[in-house]
Design a protein around this ligand. Sequence first.
Ligand code: GLN
Length: 544
Amino acid sequence: MARYIFITGGVVSSLGKGLMAASLAALLQARGYRVRIRKFDPYLNVDPGTMSPYQHGEVYVTDDGAETDLDLGHYERFTGVASRQSDNITSGRIYKTIIERERRGDYLGATVQVIPHVTDAIKAFARAETDDLDFVLCEIGGTVGDIESLPFIESIRQLKNEVGRGNAISVHVTLVPYIAAAGELKTKPTQHSVRELAALGVQPDVLVCRCEKPLPVSERAKIALFCNVPESAVIPALDAASIYAVPLQYHAEGLDSEVLRAFGITPSSPPELSRWQEIVDRLQHPEGEVTVGVVGKYVGLQDAYKSLNEALVHGGIANRVKVNVRWIDAELFEHDDEEIVSQLEPLDAILVPGAFGERGAEGKIKSVRFAREREIPYFGICFGMQMACIEGARDLAGIAEASSTEFGPTEQPVVGLITEWMGRDGLEQREAQGDMGGTMRLGAYDATLAGNSVVASIYGDTHISERHRHRYEVNTGYREALEKGGLVFSGMSPDGTLPEIVERPDHPWFVGVQFHPELKSKPFDPHPLFASFIEAAVKQSRLV
Ligand code: GLN
């Protein structure tokens, strides 16, 4: 049977709970255990698909087409275990299921209540599909004390009893703030947070204490005494230079051995951490640097492009260079051509990422043109591919009115709504006026690459599978015109109906993809497109 590790957060949000969970899973994996991480989100949205990236950061898409919390991206990047729909649950989804059952009469006249119905549903989610695992790590979103998270904490309490004490532990992540005026680290917020958790029936087994300064032995002892854990189970967690240094740092502080000890497991050998040491070594000792401009919309909040940022870092790891990412607001370019030159000229490469809606689109199209004409490496992802096609149509195929139906009715729909495609369970069809949520082509789909294409040589393969999240597609009716303008359709869906990749073979590096390769990149396995794009940026940096 799988063992459970429940991870909660106290005092404040943004303590890096997700990163802690991902790092702990990576450390357990490095000891040979099979792991899976799950996220419980207490909010009432059914999934984060309809939430603004400004509110919630990026929406992470899984192979099976779920729109999930961005923490699942960390989990996957740190463990290499592909996340699934069943790894992310929200209160909204739980209530939706329960209310649907209630309407069907499945509860046979019973009063439907938080305990046991909601808590049973939470427990069932935690325990589903765990047969082949050694450890299931369950991260509870939010902070202990939030009203929304109460049913989740109660479920942990019940589950700990059900699976037996030796089979479930609780790890609580807290803050030990430094008060500059007093010159001291303060343990009181941690004490209160643990007390609050204990009052709900969950005594933490391990405490992870985020602090800006090293935690003195005396404070560690104090936390242990007041919070009812052994001193060795108080794990200090200082900020790290890179998120990829976090697993090694937690290992050095004894996190993984403390967790095993809490389960009564004595490890026979140390974990195999060479993969992480190699990554940290490459990050700490780069042999050069490049600057990549990301021309986007949500540039004020980097969490909106979390996976993209990480995939660029991975491209740097692959090439042993530091990647400086410059986030550029596409709207700056709408009416100011001088701004384009001053912002884009110094860059070694330009990337236009995924986006929704018209705002900034013309600025992105101008960025594509700049990259194409100046022969600067260009990478268009999803919306960025669509803009590359509109740019090519307008400038090289003589279709001045080329546009996307996403921006309103147009005579020249070079990009149009997808109304039909082969889904995983048969033909999918869409109405132009459908619901907002869940109407996209989502998740992993195969693509077939032309044998002699640039992308086939980058992938080293002509059959690939990548994750999608889009409603619009490049209209194959314009293929011939675009190809005459030098933009080659080098990747298509296996049935030949949906364009997946376009490229300009006569350009140093110009690739547009309809999918999101950043979602599958890992620090120990950088995505080939990002590795190749950064390699092109390195070449470009040597030209100037
Ligand atoms: N808005 C575009 C579409 O729906 C692009 C989506 C994206 O970039 N993820 O097709």
